[in-house]
Design a protein around this ligand. Sequence first.
Ligand SMILES: [Zn+2]
Ligand SMILES: [Zn+2]
Length: 236
Amino acid sequence: MDLYYDFHMHSCLSPCGDNEMTPFNLVNTAKIFGFDIIALTDHNSCRNCRAAMEAGKAAGITVVPGMELCTSEEIHVVCLLPTIESAERFSDFVHANIPPVKNRVEIFGDQLVMDSTDNVIGTEEILLNTASYFSIDEVPDLVKEYGGVCFPAHIDRHSYSILSALGDFSDTLDVRAFELTMQADEDYYRNTYPATRDKILLRDSDAHYLENILLPEHTIDLPENTPQALIDYLKG
Ligand SMILES: [Zn+2]
Ligand SMILES: [Zn+2]
C-alpha cells in the first residue's frame, strides 16, 4: 500500500524544538494533514516516543519510534526502531554515550518530556544536540542490535550531514537508504554520488515547529502500515 510518510520530525524534547511541538500536537497535526505514517526523531533521545505512539494510536496514524543520532563526526543519522521497548533501551544506551553537558534552557529550550495528552512529565537535563561517541560506521550495526535501521539525514545540508563531514559516503557504510530535504535535486545527488544510486531516497520535513510540518507529498509502498514493515523495507 502507498503510504504518505514523514520519517524525520522533532518534538519539544529536542533542543530548539518548539514547546508547542508536543507529541499530541505533532501527531494530530500530521493526522489532519493526511499522513499515514510518521516517525518521531528527537536529537539523541527517544523519551517522547511513547507519548507520540499512544497519541498516534488514539488518532489513527502510525508513529514509528526513532531518534536523530549525532555521530562523533557530527553527522546526523535517523534511526528507526520497531517497538517502544527497543527504542527506549536504545535511547538509554545513547544517553550513556553522549557528553554529560547540562542543558542551558535559556539557549536551547526546555527539552520537555511529555505524556500523550499534553502534560509535562519531566525534562531532559543533559543537552541533547551534542555529538555522541559513536562514529558513523558504527551506527548501522548498533541500531541493528536493537532491531532497527538507520539512514544518513539531510545529506544535501551544509552542516551535520555525511557530505558536509566526509565529502562522500564512506565505502564501509552499511545503509540502504538516505534522506534529502524537500528542495534538493535528486538527479544531482544520484549523479554526483554513485553510492546513492542503488539506495532508497526518502524526503522528510525535519520539522521542529508545528508550522514546519508540510502537506503530504511523498509516499512509500509497504505491505502493511507498521514500524516493522518499514524497517524491513529499509533494510532492503
Ligand atoms: Zn539534523
Ligand atoms: Zn532533525
